[in-house]
Design a protein around this ligand. Structure first.
Ligand code: SAJ
Length: 407
């Protein structure tokens, strides 16, 4: 039996996937409201294929509770924020979860950490918790790191098909956990040691962050001398060994905008390219803000309440707002005392979370002169005609209407 701890964006699909493939699963989360929602038969976020997976898992007997269980395997899938000052990983949620596991587990159980952690975190923070409880790792309790790799927007597919890494210092335990993940994972599963697994996960997300920063820097260079960054990237990408990513209004989400900082925090004198890349990405919301002011001036729009920001989530077709570039822009605007004047709309965000938030696309468009496209949701791609006659700043290259402004 497996107890999945943390039923968020990663833990929930993982628990459902295992249960749907014949593994006996109990999902635990400290958030009672979330557990009640799941027990009422509803999922807690939107994702392609998630509802169907949920139904299958429920039929297969998955249970949701706020209590930790006595099981053979624990999969810890809780957030790992970073300490904004030291830039180091904040392992507090992982540590608390493992402490709670220790209260109920039996000898022979395996604790699998799925949460993203920087290299050495498991040794430094998790190992002591287990040992303080009188257990010997490798004898009484087994410890494994199985970092997740699924991308929001395509999670269910990627959970089934991505290759995975299992980090275990005891190879036999690694193989045992590989077998568990093989119940559903059709990709290749590599078994390595814990520290290597920790590093690979952070490096994967850092690779993407650095490459997005490169695209963002190109956008700034091209803006400076009025060149078309998208045309340049398109042509460069025709080279067999060039594959540049897309510039955008900033990098959000809980992964790419966070994990690379772990390396900067741990290796400040070595991680120079990474540090600069993260600063470049973090500077993008302000770059967009300056574009907005330039475009307002050019079009003689003097009233900020005539500006509408389309998109609050960190990327297209998800309902996740963590570290969203739009929220970062709104924060900056607040410092300029205009954050509560600008209009905002996102079809995925139904609750009011910022001032002047709209819930109707037509009304939102009608009430503004300048529309800033910050997220490429399918909804707006399918309704581009509605933007005709408006001044448009498109930060994602999703709009082909005449006269559209870009980054
Ligand atoms: N973005 C750009 N330009 C691009 C691609 C992305 O500006 O060309 C922006 C997005 O708009 C978004 C941010 O970057 O704001 C991150 O989005 P993403 O789609 O690149 O990645 P995430 O954060 O949703 O998911 C990543 C994935 N990691 C990699 O692709 C290496 C996923 O596989 C990981 O499982 C996930 O992080 C995680 O949980 O760590």
């Amino acid at each position: 039996m497996v107890n999945v701890i943390g039923l968020g964006y990663i833990g929930l699909p993982t628990a459902l996937m295992m249960a749907s493939h014949g593994v006996e699963v109990i999902g635990t989360d400290y958030n009672k409201e979330l557990v009640d929602t799941l027990n009422a038969g509803k999922t807690t976020f939107k994702e392609d294929g998630l509802d169907e997976l949920f139904q299958n898992a429920v039929k297969a007997g998955i249970k949701f509770t706020t209590e930790y269980q006595n099981t053979d395997v624990y999969i810890v899938s809780v957030p790992t924020p970073y300490d904004k000052f030291s830039k180091k990983v904040d392992a507090c949620y992982v540590v608390e979860a493992v402490k709670d596991v220790m209260k109920v587990c039996h000898k022979g159980a395996t604790v699998v950490i799925e949460s993203t952690v920087s290299p050495g975190t498991i040794d430094k923070f998790v190992r002591p918790v287990i040992e303080e409880n009188g257990f010997t790792i490798g004898q009484d309790i087994n410890l494994v790191h199985a970092p997740e790799r699924i991308i929001p927007g395509n999670m269910v597919y990627e959970l089934l098909h991505n290759n995975r890494t299992i980090g275990a210092d005891d190879k036999a335990i690694g193989e045992k956990i590989k077998e568990l993940y093989s119940s559903f994972c059709q990709g290749e599963i590599v078994v390595t040691d814990i520290r290597t697994a920790e590093m690979t996960k952070v490096v994967e997300n850092t690779f993407r962050a650095v490459n997005i920063a490169f695209a963002n820097e190109l956008a700034k260079i091209c803006r400076h001398d009025d060149m078309d960054v998208y045309e340049i990237i398109k042509i460069c990408n025709m080279h067999p060994r060039v594959n540049i990513l897309q510039p955008g209004p900033g990098v959000g989400g809980h992964c790419i905008s966070v994990d690379p900082w772990f390396l900067v925090g741990d290796y400040p004198s070595l991680a120079k390219v990474i540090d600069e890349s993260m600063k470049t990405n973090d500077g993008m919301p302000d770059f967009v803000l300056n574009r907005i002011y330039e475009i307002m001036k050019e079009n003689k729009i003097t009233d900020i309440s005539k500006v509408g920001l389309y998109g609050l989530t960190y990327k297209e077709n998800v309902d996740d707002m963590r570290e969203s570039p739009t929220l970062q822009m709104l924060e900056s605007m607040e410092r300029h005392l205009c954050g509560d004047l600008v209009k905002v709309y996102d079809p995925f965000i139904t609750k009011d979370i910022v001032p002047n938030q709209y819930h109707d696309l037509d009304k939102f468009i009608n009430d503004v002169e300048l529309v800033v496209l910050l997220v490429g949701h399918d909804e707006i791609k399918q309704n581009m005609d509605k933007l005709k006659g408006k001044v448009i700043l498109d930060t994602r290259k999703i709009c082909d209407l005449d006269g559209v402004y870009r980054l």
